[in-house]
Design a protein around this ligand. Structure first.
Ligand SMILES: Cc1ncc(COP(=O)(O)O)c(C=O)c1O
Length: 390
């Protein structure tokens, strides 16, 4: 079946957070795609809508089964149905886990630069963020294991929030790295959250491995977060799953998300997620192919017209991580400048921590015509910036 990813949607009337912008502005910031979702998902929602009754919902076994079978089929990870908890989103899950599984005197480790909301979930709950900065060399990021072990072995550290694939750098951590990270958490008795929300957006030719599939010892220490929300663009339906093999940890987390009232689905969350995982594979395959073309177009445009900006080679996500260090050390100013001069709205790298202040993040999950428009604005913005800074 073919799908029309070229179709331009008018998202402003949908109360879209991404598209809450000025008349001539073009948003390429938040991780939210400008495509229609998979037809199977829309059909499932329409079917549910036609039932005309929207009271409280349960979490059926079929929800857990759709997740278990997707991860078994695609990623060779055996999930038992009992391990799966529903949550209204990955961020509500993280915040709830931080509250339930750590106390206010403890530290939570992250690898920076990383998805900015991780910091909020820690700081807003009065815990301390301990960052281990990723090493950056030749446009490639790697974990500084010496530094990471120092931080994990600190007696005040009780939790590590890991991201695989890693937003914003687009890295899929390989098995050897996962093993080392997991083993360190086991060795130092640090609970590990592995946020794997972007896994279904792994680029063709690369392989994502779930952290919990590495070894039984690691699986016993890890809380995995998964969802259909990134790959099928369902964030507004607020549906995610927390997968925990360790019964003791699972019981506590279950208690936490219920106390926080983030454990109950809305009337469409279950149906949409099940449809994505049971019937969405063909659409997802086509999506990843389209995103690959967009990525190549963006890369070639920068190489040909703006070679001072380097696109960090990525292995997953639809987020381009653009190294601007040849022209500025302050991309917060640069992104403001580009928005003011061209209307293009990008994410400033500073919010992700680490060396992010030299980067901008660009979301290229949109129809090609929109991407072309965005790339023209970006190139123009960079040229104007360079002229003005001369
Ligand atoms: C790594 C990561 N985790 C979590 C989220 C948000 O998840 P949710 O909308 O389920 O809270 C995002 C959104 O971009 C993300 O990139």
């Amino acid at each position: 079946m073919s799908y029309n990813f070229d179709k331009v949607l008018d998202r402003k009337p949908t109360n879209s957070h991404k598209w809450d912008v000025g008349e001539n502005e073009l948003p390429m910031w938040v991780a939210d795609m400008d495509f229609e979702t998979a037809p199977a998902v829309t059909e499932a929602i329409q079917k549910r809508l036609s039932q005309n009754a929207f009271g409280y919902s349960i979490i059926p076994d079929s929800f857990k089964e759709s997740i278990a079978s997707w991860w078994k089929r695609r990623y060779n990870w055996e999930i038992e149905q009992d391990w799966v908890l529903f949550c209204t989103g990955a961020v509500p899950a993280i915040s709830s886990i931080v509250r339930k599984m750590t106390n206010e005197l403890e530290q939570v480790v992250v690898l920076s630069p990383v998805y900015n909301i991780f910091y909020n979930s820690i700081v807003n709950n009065n815990r301390t963020v301990l960052t281990s900065e990723l090493e950056y060399k030749n446009e490639t990021y790697a974990i500084d294991f010496k530094d990471l072990e120092d931080k994990l072995s600190d007696p005040a550290t009780s939790l590590f929030i890991f991201c695989n694939p890693h937003n914003p750098i687009g890295k899929v951590w390989d098995e050897k790295t996962l093993q080392k990270v997991g083993d360190l958490c086991v060795k130092h008795h640090v609970l590990l959250i592995s946020d794997e929300l972007h896994c279904d957006l792994t680029h063709p030719g690369y392989q994502y491995t779930p952290m919990a599939s590495i070894s039984n010892e690691i699986a016993n220490q890890v809380i995995t977060l998964v969802a259909a929300s990134k790959a099928f663009n369902l964030a507004g339906l607020q549906s995610s799953a927390i997968v925990i093999a360790n019964e003791e940890i699972r019981k506590k987390v279950d208690r936490g998300i219920n106390t926080d009232e983030v454990a109950e689905p809305n009337a469409f969350a279950i149906q949409a997620t099940e449809a994505a995982f049971n019937y969405g594979e063909d659409w997802l395959h086509a999506l990843n192919h389209y995103l690959e073309e967009n990525r190549q177009y963006l890369k070639a445009s920068l190489e040909n017209h703006c070679s001072e900006i380097k696109m960090v080679p990525s292995e997953a996500t639809y987020l381009a991580w653009l190294d601007c260090s040849n022209i500025t050390e302050d991309t917060t100013f640069l992104t403001k400048y580009i928005r003011e001069k061209t209307g293009l709205y990008l994410s400033e790298g500073e919010i992700f921590g680490g060396n992010g202040d030299k980067f901008i993040r660009l979301n290229y999950a949109c129809p090609k015509t929109i991407l072309e428009n965005g790339v023209q604005r970006l190139i123009k913005g960079i040229q104007l910036f360079e002229e003005e800074m001369e």
